[in-house]
Design a protein around this ligand. Structure first.
Ligand SMILES: [Mg+2]
Length: 275
């Protein structure tokens, strides 16, 4: 599917973290860091919920939206942007009267409505469910990022990706749009041998709030129609849903078993490895 989408398009937009390298050990680090702020009596329940979520055995899965205020998990339609169904932590359907019927990507406020776009957000949501504050989660996130930077040497470059992208960049325009800050971006790209691949790099992109704006700028800059553009990323809300809404192709890079939608411009793949 990856190749058939690439053949059809002229501009390919990539995310960086979780997309251009392998491995998801950092989510386990995040879980351990969150638990440091959580009373020990909740640790077992935290682990059980997290394992169920990973296995696709719980309402809390990627592609959903966590409602912090009501402590429920919403099913969200990426095309109509409707919040369709609320479930509690026992997976029971519940009625919430004080909720909007629709929520666009740019309306996710991270105060009440938290999009569960990638592997960072299930542990985050479980932590909030057990009463951790935003400050607690920020502490855990910062600590995880520091541990990751120290472990850069352990980062796994995706097998064959460097050569593949080098070839691809001769025929297509490759654009990098990432939430990471510019120094982190250059350090990582250099480490991965990908620092000469992209015709444009947009750091500190504030996805998903600003994804639509960045994607429209790509359309203008390269003078292309949405159906000539493919977006590839590991965060469904940040990189995939906004692309599909604009009529672009979207590839979601994930090991999750979730299938958030069926659409002929959407595909899910497990890795960008070519070897
Ligand atoms: Mg990412």
């Amino acid at each position: 599917m990856l190749n058939s989408f690439i053949e059809k398009t002229d501009v390919i937009i990539f995310d960086l973290d979780g997309t251009l390298y392998e491995g998801d050990q950092h989510f386990a680090l995040m879980v351990e860091n969150l638990k440091q702020r959580l009373p020990e009596k909740h640790h077992k329940a935290f682990d059980e919920l997290y394992q169920k979520s990973l296995a696709g055995d719980h309402a809390l899965t990627i592609g959903k939206v966590y409602d912090v205020q009501e402590d429920v998990i919403w099913t969200w339609d990426p095309f109509t942007t409707e919040l369709t169904n609320a479930q509690n932590w026992d997976n029971e359907q519940v009625h919430i009267y004080d909720a909007p019927t629709k929520l666009s990507v740019s309306e996710f406020d991270y105060q009440r409505f938290v999009p569960i776009g990638d592997g960072w957000w299930p542990p985050y949501s479980i932590a909030r469910h057990f009463g951790l504050t935003v400050e607690d989660t920020q502490w855990a996130y910062r600590r995880t990022k520091e541990q990751m930077a120290n472990l850069d040497g352990m980062l796994e470059p995706t097998p064959g990706l460097q050569q593949y992208l080098e070839e691809l960049s001769k025929a297509k325009k490759l654009v990098l749009i990432t939430n990471s800050e510019i120094d982190d971006v250059h350090r990582l790209l250099k480490f991965l041998g990908l620092d000469h691949i992209f015709s444009d790099i947009v750091p500190s992109a504030l996805k998903p709030m600003n994804t639509n704006k960045h994607f429209k700028e790509v359309l203008t800059r390269y003078d292309v129609k949405p159906e000539q553009v493919l977006s590839i990323g590991d965060n469904f809300m940040n990189e995939v849903a906004p692309a599909l809404q604009l009529g672009m192709y979207g590839i979601w890079l994930t090991t999750s078993n979730e299938v958030p939608l069926k659409n002929d411009k959407f595909a899910k793949i497990r890795t960008l490895a070519t070897e």
